[in-house]
Design a protein around this ligand. Sequence first.
Ligand SMILES: Nc1ncnc2c1ncn2[C@@H]1O[C@H](COP(=O)(O)OP(=O)(O)OP(=O)(O)O)[C@@H](O)[C@H]1O
Ligand SMILES: [Mg+2]
Length: 185
Amino acid sequence: MDAGKAKHVVSELDAYAHWFVAPNPSHGGHYMTVTLFAEFADTGRIARDTATVFLRGAVPRDLMYDAQLAISELVGNVVNHAVPDRHRSSPGACRRIDVTYKLFPKWLFIGVADEDSTPPLLPMGDFYSPELVTEFSEAVLADSGRGLMITQRMAAAVWWTPKDGGGKTVWCRFDLDGEVEDGPY
Ligand SMILES: Nc1ncnc2c1ncn2[C@@H]1O[C@H](COP(=O)(O)OP(=O)(O)OP(=O)(O)O)[C@@H](O)[C@H]1O
Ligand SMILES: [Mg+2]
């Protein structure tokens, strides 16, 4: 990350008392980890805003919007589903979410880590034939279980890894092959 952009990220991040950011310049790529807490009402918005700050000008615009949506879904899943492992939880404590960005010339990796070792239920493919969806859409279209499917459709890959000491990270990878557009967006 160049100095100007790093300064901008830091100034944006300072606006939020419950964020902290850990850029890691020791690797070949550009890394950033943002820690959020599931109990704050604006966590989803902050996750999207952080994605904008980090990715704007660094990836094609459409990819930035896809990444924002994926992050929103993955962070929303922690808020809605993560129950920290017993040994990591304490009464009244906020649930921690670490959003990691790893940006390389050809790939963007995004990881959303929580303190729950339960794996996400990753969809295995299309469950309904297109004919069925057209005729009986109200009956067959679920009103939940869509977030990871949407993420799978947008990203090149979605998977998860266990964390040492408990918890897990849900990862997605976007492939960078488009031109980065200049100008405001
Ligand atoms: N971070 C997580 N921790 C624990 N379980 C998870 C996590 N993310 C997903 N899951 C599990 O995987 C399932 C599928 O997630 P998905 O985002 O596709 O659907 P959903 O969150 O149930 O509904 P929707 O995203 O459509 O509102 C969830 O219902 C939950 O059981
Ligand atoms: Mg979801």
